[in-house]
Design a protein around this ligand. Structure first.
Ligand code: NDP
Length: 277
């Protein structure tokens, strides 16, 4: 019997996940389908009960359900609890369990790009959900220090307080923000927009980062954001946000199927889907 995988969100038409997972399912020869469902907030409980009843082997969760889904699941794991959001649900026997693959997906994409994390000093710009996942994943990977820098420092302080450990917080315009910083993670949504991206790129003191330091921008549309372009012009190593998207999907697929995900095929499918928009 064909197995069902899905993504639920509202709206959902923009999701690239069906293209990425569809290509993986085909490459692995799985008898499965990955479908996108638009689920309004008031229908979330019914949708989860429905997916459970028809035996879906797992599903992704996107905005606006990443936090509210928790009330409809049997359990969530440590990553989802620490990040405060679920992006992947896995069926385990009769139970549906929430996890979050964003943090590990980011770490895998940095590893793939040759960016080491153990013992490093990391600055994260932005203090939303992506910054929280980044801080959790990079702390787990053994960074020496992580500073979350936000235009509203109270937001960054809340993440630092919740996650604890090596994480602290400051204002985005703090003096000497990037001195001695091995890795800058651009995790704000500023670079989605040309003007805000240029403004942020101009405000970040990239020239003060050490030789050999790296910059990743989690925003993947555009692929080369204003911050990545500025980092390149300063001779810094750059990594775009597509790898995180690929690897969070690959980790989910591996949890659902127990098979190694065809990462290169998933990346190529995403690139095609992005180019078509
Ligand atoms: P949120 O809306 O939760 O948070 C956005 C953050 O960016 C907030 O801290 C916000 O600050 C800050 N911000 C927005 N505009 C500016 C600006 N002009 N200057 C400085 N800070 C700004 O979004 P997410 O954290 O969920 O996502 C952030 C970005 O990361 C998204 O654009 C998304 O595309 C990308 N992303 C990529 C993923 C991947 O797989 N590659 C996964 C998840 C996200 P304030 O609260 O003050 O507005």
């Amino acid at each position: 019997m064909k197995q069902l995988l899905a993504v639920i969100g509202h709206p959902i038409h923009h999701s690239l996940s069906p293209a990425m997972h569809g290509a993986a399912i085909e490459a692995l020869g799985l008898d499965a389908a990955y479908l996108a469902f638009d689920v309004a907030p008031e229908a979330l409980g019914d949708a989860v009960r429905g997916l459970r009843a028809i035996g879906a082997i797992g599903f992704n969760v996107t905005l606006p359900h990443k936090e509210t889904i928790v009330a409809h699941l049997d359990a969530i794991d440590d990553a989802a609890r620490a990040i405060g959001a679920v992006n992947t649900v896995v069926r385990e026997g009769a139970r549906v369990v929430g996890t979050n693959t964003d943090a590990r997906g980011l770490v895998r994409s940095l590893e793939e790009a040759g960016v080491a994390l153990a013992g490093t000093r990391v600055v994260i710009a932005g203090a939303g959900g992506a910054a929280r996942a980044a801080a959790y994943g990079i702390a787990q990977a053994g960074a020496r220090s992580i500073t979350i820098a936000a235009r509203r420092p109270s937001q960054a302080e809340a993440i630092a307080r919740d996650l604890g450990g090596v994480i602290d917080a400051c204002a985005l315009d703090a003096p000497r923000l990037l001195e001695g910083c091995d890795l800058l993670v651009q995790a704000s949504s500023a670079t989605l927009h040309a003007d805000a991206g240029r403004e942020l790129a101009g405000a970040l003191p990239l020239a003060t980062m050490p030789r050999g330091a790296a910059v990743i921008d989690l925003v993947y549309r555009p692929r080369v954001t204003a911050v990545l372009a500025a980092a390149e012009s300063h001779g810094l190593r750059t990594v775009d946000g597509l790898g995180m998207l690929v690897h969070q999907g690959a980790l989910a697929l591996e949890r659902w199927t127990g098979r190694e995900a065809p990462v290169a095929i998933m990346r190529a499918a995403l690139e095609r889907a992005l180019a078509a928009r």
